[in-house]
Write a protein that binds this ligand. Sequence first.
Ligand code: URA
Length: 201
Amino acid sequence: MAKSLADIRAELGECRRCSLCDTRTTVVFGVGNHDAEVMFIGEAPGKQEDLGAEPFIGAAGKYLNELLQLAGLTREEIYIANVLKCRPPENRDPQPAEIEICSPFLREQVRAIAPQIIVTLGNFATRFILRTDRGITGLRGQIQITGPFSVLPIFHPAAAIYDRLKQPLMEQDFRLLGRLIETRRFEKNNVDKTTLCEEQP
Ligand code: URA
């Protein structure tokens, strides 16, 4: 059985499992709706997140909030977490050993939320969730099915702030996300109805 988010958070505690604990301010666990249909996964906390103890509250988060509207979503509806729970110094890339140590907590969060759809933001989240070495440029905007989840890889919002040419593609992918949500809701509704019909005596 899946652990509760509260239990996972308690287990993570004031983590000292890797050296990021020496430079971080706070452990950034995750935030949002515990019954979310859609879970977003980023890379690691940045400076603002490290100070504010919440994922995506800096510039990338503000841009993400705008993009969510294109998919018909609000921050309150979704759950957001990162592959790493602590900020790497100077926002350097996560190291393989850090991902190995930290990712079991993300795996437990995915089990606890059990979303219909997972949106992976950037290379690190995409590689972790899809267990692939392929890069985000080749994978973005292509819905993948893994187990019970539809996974939609998307560029990291920070990459699209830095490279404006990516912004139309981001918008396209968030509109696709909106259509994917509609489709999954429609399928769920119909499966529920079929199940109900089958259960009739
Ligand atoms: N970038 C991420 O990947 N995660 C955050 O929480 C903030 C910026």
